[in-house]
Design a protein. Sequence first.
Length: 381
Amino acid sequence: MKKITRKTAIILLLCLSACIFFSCKQKAQETETEEQIVLDKNTVTAFAKQIVYSVNRGDAEFFNNAFDKEHIKTIISDNSLVFSSLDTDFGKEYFEYCFHQGDFAVETVNNGGDFYFQQYYEKDGEHHIIFRTYQGYGIKIEDFTVNTVNNQLKIKDGFLYNLSTSFSNQVRYSVLLNVLQKTDAGGYTPILAEAGDLMQAKKYSEAFTLLETNAENLKEYPYFTQLYLQAAFMTKPMQFINFIDNQELDERAKLIHKLLYYTNGGYLKESEETINKLIDFTGDDPIYLFLYARANEIAGKYNDALVCLENLENALPPLWDITLTKLQCCEKSGNDSLFVATMLSTKEIYGMTDDEIKEFTSTDFPKMLNKVNKGISDKTK
């Protein structure tokens, strides 16, 4: 075997160094040529639509991973107890649970609800996307800010209409609430659990009194806001609007709670006015027309409700609440032909039997179908 001379070794070393140099240079050039995401209306809107698309496909992970967790962790670490808890297993678990937004949205859609991208807008140099969630004649609206992180679009923070607080603040106090309930059983936070139990037991007046008495110590918790508003409505529904107006809530939060009150109470003028004010913030949304139809149905304006519902054709995915409202309005207004057409469509979309339909309407569908068919036959003679 030949010995490697010093000269040969030097040449080999230089060749190796050159290979390493050119390899590093090539990687650097590849990194430099990597396409950078442009932060603008088109890219942010596409990001929002991808979130909705993934949710409707039953994929929760895209939305779950859409948040800049490290940024939000930095924000909420101003609370020393939250900051220290993030080093514990249970603290990390509470923190991570707050970002299961995709799971919550997918579950809503699977249970007959709807998840919808309302609007993009830019304000003060920040890019916003607004999502609306619908379920059971109620809506939730979230306004998120988006920026780039490591050349990826991420949600940095947001504002939650229903809770009148930022997303990061909701995370902060959700973690804090769970940590205190685990480590400080003698503090104020067990009162929230007690109030929640009273609400579950339908002891609304007791829950409201308990919350109102301890409001000063609990008002920073978004969960308190949720319980307090629910208890106030259930205890004194006729005074709810006045109650809302006297709360320290963001105007957007007041509007969404007023909308739900008016539309589910059959207040037509107030519903329309509130919807128009909300549109200034969120942009238009077909769910507003449905909620207005709901208000008309409750007010006994069945034909007006049907006009709204007919105008919703193809604007929203098939939602059972819309179908049921339409059937009930047809039934109450005596619109037999539309009732039959809606029923046939319902059976096709949902695969429901006549007996299952009877659980929601008082009409004997086979008899109604024969009546309508006979009427059509008589007209053609």
